[in-house]
Design a binder for this molecule. Structure first.
Ligand code: BTN
Length: 243
């Protein structure tokens, strides 16, 4: 896959950088990676904080017009399973917490921010932003339960090597999607889900309840089964998994 990598010492946000970038026709995948972001963005209104030069802060721009809009969460799944494949080679205990976090046991090691624009045929542009805690030793922000690879392994990890492995893994799953091999991507994602089995506590607008994951649909809806036998469907932001 023809990939261009843009290395930045500092930028506001690698997602914003790529949202404003005009790729040439040959540039199938463009990656912007920064040592520091002055306005790193997380989900919703959250900021994404990261110590300078310690972690991986990068975004991937692709134009998968062949992914139907109703199945756009498959891109998110492809990115998440690529991250998990690579992190599995460093440690045990990696799972994917719906919709877009990577967990090490009950702690968050990575978050992703996906921003897409659509056209009549499908996904026009998709910017897939990843913040991965690599060598940071201490977290002082109010981010909930963060952890880094350094804290897990007890030693630093080469960020460039790690990035290359993630990009290779992502390119592999991106090819699955190009071939419309949706079942494999979604199957691996489901196998990797945090709290995939059994009942766990959730909170929606009506309060707390115990639910079990039935599936995550290709459009991103989380389908749960509650103890009263009801099926419940949620989109992003409508439900929280209680930790
Ligand atoms: C979250 O868990 O809230 C998502 C965090 C996403 C952070 C990454 S860091 C690289 C890219 N640029 C941004 O501004 N955000 C994403």
């Amino acid at each position: 896959m023809n990939t261009k990598i843009i290395k930045l010492e500092e930028t506001d946000s690698t997602n914003t950088y790529l949202k404003n970038y005009s790729p040439s026709d040959e540039e199938e995948m463009v990656v912007a990676v920064a040592d520091y972001q002055t306005a790193g963005r997380g989900q919703g209104t959250h900021a994404w904080e990261s110590e300078r030069g310690k972690n991986l802060l990068f975004s991937i721009l692709v134009r998968p017009v062949w992914v139907p809009v109703t199945r756009q969460f498959l891109l998110s799944m492809a990115g998440a399973i690529a991250l998990k494949d690579v992190l599995d080679t460093y440690t045990e205990g990696i799972t994917l917490k719906w919709p877009n976090d990577v967990y090490w046991y009950d702690k968050k090691i990575s978050g992703t921010l996906i921003e897409t624009s659509i056209c009549s045929q499908g996904i026009k542009r998709c910017v897939f932003g990843i913040g991965l805690n690599v060598n940071q030793e201490e977290f002082v922000s109010d981010a909930p339960n963060p952890v880094s690879l350094r804290q897990i392994l007890g030693h630093d990890v080469d960020r460039e090597e790690l990035l290359q492995k993630i990009l290779d893994a992502f390119a592999g799953y991106y090819e699955f999607l190009r071939r419309a091999d949706y079942m494999d991507v979604s199957g691996i994602y489901h196998q990797s889900l945090y709290r995939r089995k059994g009942y766990h506590w959730y909170e929606d607008k009506d309060g707390e309840f115990e639910g079990a994951i039935v599936e995550v649909e290709d459009d991103g809806h989380l389908i749960l089964h509650d103890k009263q036998g009801h099926i419940r469907s949620y989109s992003f932001g409508e439900i929280k998994i209680k930790l």
